[in-house]
Design a protein around this ligand. Structure first.
Ligand code: ARG
Length: 665
């Protein structure tokens, strides 16, 4: 049930049948599609905006065009008599009979009247894709949660979805743990508790590398501060000289210069902190002195792995399963699954072929010993093989793309990856295009950064990214505090035992993190605040979960299950008597609109907004419309239908973004 699409069809028919176009050829569908929800309910539910732009093309009066369209329009079964308003809007109010009919169909349909998409080609979703061998951190939330929500939603819409976790299981991070194991590792310790020990080795070697980098960066950063200071002085001087006209611009320039200086200072501070952290710890300092080439040595270990060095391959084979165990634990907790987990290593043996193929078709050529693809639309080439013979991230992505096209015959491939990789994907798609891969839509579903409450990228005090697991623990703890506090629970009958409380805390805590992430448009950055995320009021998952629980409570008190409600409707029919009922009904029938909007822009926040609006409409309904004490059986049947459907829609919608519900909370 997609009302705007239905109305669009009717408008297209009207445009075709009336003589408003006077024989001119225009793109009827694009005009007919100009159907929008109205901003003000006094103007009806939807408005059609085609008359204004159409009148311009036809050189006619817009109100007259609107009147002519309305004349030919056949929407009697759906809407009240359309009204022409203002400069030529056509206002449409959905008939109550139509709403009631739609509710009845929804009630009898497990899919809640959402059509299933036709087509047999697949949509591949590449998401999560962490670099393993290091712990998952806060930055991994977004790809995992957005990708999973898209997979669930598109699958429900009827698409054949193939999910693939493109693990970074072959990169420098393995050079790091191999180096760590060879120099600092102990076999028994690793065997006893591999995950913890490998993480420790990773952190240790990484800290030594960061220390080297920090030492090398100090001079440059000091120079940058000097420059920023000069820049600021100039800006201040210019601001002093500025006349009234230039003042605003000059002040802005000063502010920008101040920000630049502050950023340079904080970078130097963070760099010094990295140096100090090593130097104030004698043990670390000794290690740093014994491993002055650690940064280069790690790359050498990685190169040996890639060249099939038996020792490194054996270590890699030994470590990889443990690294996977570690991330799988988090996926289990998040309830995220993949059809395939084909990491970068899977494509290793195909990379040589990819490069030869590119050379054969003259896309790639030699450049100072490296092999590069030069693209007319980019300044820098895409390097596919380095001088030393090493292949790159891009080479693997080309091999992956070929493999996916052969295996899955996709019509779309979605890469759910940080915005900072935009250039990589622009190049990848451009190469694919020159390679003749036209028959598939490639989309970089990019996303912004998770910031701390201070608006800066979220880090621990020592500068490392915050671990994902501890974040989940914190959210669950906070949820326990908010929803399971003894006073709140005192009214529950039967009382909630410990196991139920734990289950609710987990469902609410994990749901909060997912929901909050998805509530922002994916391309914007957002500030991570557990306090705001886990709250029973506000735009939170807990609010929607709580609304669901209320629907279940009402059905329980009424002692009605779905089949009883259907029977009541059959016997008494339905009647909308209160604006809050109508408003809720209108929200419920917009489910498909919300789901298609998720697909259109690959934006799960469309569904989140819809769920919040529906929960709010439900709350108004609850405040105004008694179910158990409804005036007549017909009104009661209507209200029970609304409650049943609202519960179903909220549960379904939450499940499509990977959030669970509980029957009471
Ligand atoms: N492992 C990469 C990273 O952590 C992301 C991989 C995304 N997918 C891809 N096909 N490139 O940055």
């Amino acid at each position: 049930m997609h009302l705007p699409n239905l109305l669009q069809q009717r408008f297209a028919e009207a445009l075709r049948s009336s003589d408003v176009l006077g024989g001119t050829t225009i793109d009827i569908e694009s005009f007919a599609s100009m159907i929008r929800p109205t901003a003000d309910p006094r103007h009806g539910d939807y408005q059609a905006n085609c008359a204004m732009p159409l009148s311009k093309q036809l050189g006619k009066n817009p109100r007259e065009v609107a009147a002519q369209i309305v004349e030919a329009l056949n929407v009697d079964d759906v809407c009240e008599v359309p009204e022409v308003a203002g400069p030529g809007f056509v206002n449409l109010t959905v008939k109550n009979e139509f709403l009631i009919g739609s509710l009845e169909s929804m009630l009898g349909d497990a899919r809640c009247s959402v059509d299933s998409a036709p087509g047999d080609r697949s949509i591949v979703i590449d998401f999560s894709s962490p670099n393993v061998a290091k712990p998952m951190h806060v930055g991994h939330i977004r790809s995992t949660v957005i990708g999973d929500a898209l997979a669930r939603t598109l699958r429900f819409l009827g698409y054949h979805v193939v999910t693939d976790n493109h693990l970074g299981d072959w990169g420098t991070q393995f050079g790091i743990i191999i180096y760590g194991y060879k120099h600092f590792g102990e076999a028994e310790v690793v065997d006893r508790d591999p995950v913890t020990e490998l993480t420790n080795l990773y952190r240790l070697v990484n800290q030594l590398i960061e220390y080297r980098k920090a030492l090398a960066a100090v001079d440059r950063l000091e120079a940058a501060i000097g420059e920023a200071q000069q820049f600021l002085q100039q800006a201040v001087a210019e601001a002093e000289r500025a006349d009234a006209k230039q003042e605003k611009k000059a002040k802005k320039a000063v502010k920008a210069a101040e920000r630049r200086l502050a950023a340079a200072r904080s970078e130097l501070e963070a760099t010094r902190e990295k140096i100090d952290a090593v130097e104030r710890d004698p043990e670390m300092m000794a290690k740093a002195q014994q491993h002055p080439r650690v940064d280069v040595a790690v790359l050498e270990e990685t190169a040996k792995l890639h060249q099939d060095d038996p020792e490194n391959i054996a270590l890699w084979e030994r470590f990889l399963p443990h690294c996977k165990d570690e991330i799988n634990r988090i996926y289990d907790r998040l309830d995220v699954k993949f059809d395939h987990t084909l990491g970068e290593s899977f494509y290793h043996s195909m990379l040589g072929d990819v490069v030869s193929k590119l050379q054969e078709v003259d896309l790639a050529r030699d450049s100072d010993g490296a092999v590069c693809v030069f693209l007319p639309e980019f300044d820098a080439p895409m390097i596919v093989r380095k001088q030393d013979g090493a292949y790159l991230y891009a080479t693997t992505d080309l091999a992956t793309l070929q493999y996916r096209l052969e295996q899955f015959d996709p019509s779309e491939i979605l890469y759910v990856v940080d915005t900072r990789q935009s250039e990589h994907f622009e190049k990848l798609f451009a190469v694919a295009h020159h390679f003749g891969l036209e028959d598939v839509k490639l989309v970089h579903v990019n996303f912004g950064t998770v910031l701390g409450e201070d608006g800066r990228p979220m880090k621990t005090r020592s500068g490392t990214l915050i671990g994902l697991e501890s974040l989940l623990d914190d959210a669950v703890e906070r949820a326990r505090h908010v929803v399971c506090d003894p006073e709140r629970l005192s009214g529950f009958d039967p009382p909630m035992d410990h196991a139920e409380q734990e289950m609710i805390a987990e469902v609410v805590g994990i749901g909060a993190i997912k929901f909050a992430d998805l509530s922002h448009h994916r391309t914007s950055d957002y500030r991570f605040s557990l306090e705001k995320m886990v709250s029973l009021d506000g735009n939170t998952s807990a609010y929607v979960q709580y609304s669901f629980a209320r629907t279940q409570k009402i059905l329980e008190n009424a002692e009605k299950c779905e089949s009883d409600v259907i029977e009541m409707v059959n016997e008494h029919g339905m009647l909308l008597t209160h604006p809050a009922e109508r408003n809720l009904a209108m929200m419920l029938i917009k489910l498909e609109e919300a789901l298609l909007a998720v697909h259109k822009d690959y934006a799960p926040n469309q569904l989140v907004d819809y769920l919040l609006d529906t929960a709010k409409a439900y709350s108004k309904f609850n405040d105004n419309c008694h179910v158990l004490r409804a005036e007549t059986p017909q009104i009661q049947a209507t209200r029970l239908t609304l409650v049943t459907l609202c519960g179903r829609v909220l549960q379904l919608g939450l499940s499509l973004i990977g959030v669970d519900v509980v029957p009471r909370m």
